[in-house]
Design a protein around this ligand. Sequence first.
Ligand SMILES: [Fe+2]
Length: 241
Amino acid sequence: MVRMAFRTVDPEDLDYYEKRLQTYSVPYDVIPEGYRRGRALRFQSPSGHTVELYYAMDYTGNLLPTVNPAPWPDGLTGIAPPRLDHTLVTAPDPATAIRFFQEVLEFRASEVLVQPDGTPIAAWLWQRPAPHDLAIVPGGAGGFHHAAFMIDTPEAIFRAADILARHHVRIDLGPGRHGITRGTTIYFFDPSGNRLETFGGYSAYQMDPDTQAITWTADRMTQGVSYYATELNESFLKVYT
Ligand SMILES: [Fe+2]
């Protein structure tokens, strides 16, 4: 992973988060306007990742008109996920990395996997009203476990699995359901060796303003990742890029 970038809701938010970086003594660079993107703030997270915040970006739309659009564009092929959903990264000291994203960047935890003493092992963090924009698990500094693309319905997961199998894609886990987020999932590897996911169907979720984080205990980690599994495969636990 070269970097992960998050877009702010308003232009003023960029100034607001610049002040927060200063308040928390986080060194950062101001990256001038670049290819189809405005000014960005770039810094290192304790997980070892390069993180950017930006607001301005060229608006490309989604292949549909903004007046009287159809439900989906003509001519889609393959799985055709409508959007990117989240990424999951690794950190040598997950508790410190999770605290950084919560305190400095004001992410909120939807779910947390904890040690018996309550120390976070992993967290699912959100800013948009969805289970997670970013998740952090234990592992090497700057590691990338997967990026996930949204699929709309639980039924679509089997169509996605059919398409992956038809194209001889190496599936890592699934199709199945997560205990954590209750979303449906397939993990698979792209030709470069990075893991991707299709994710969706978390219909029980309601991100109310007073939503409380859900706790998972370490002894239930397997069901948290893969609700129907009795054990997790080695590659899912060990392979990240
Ligand atoms: Fe995921």
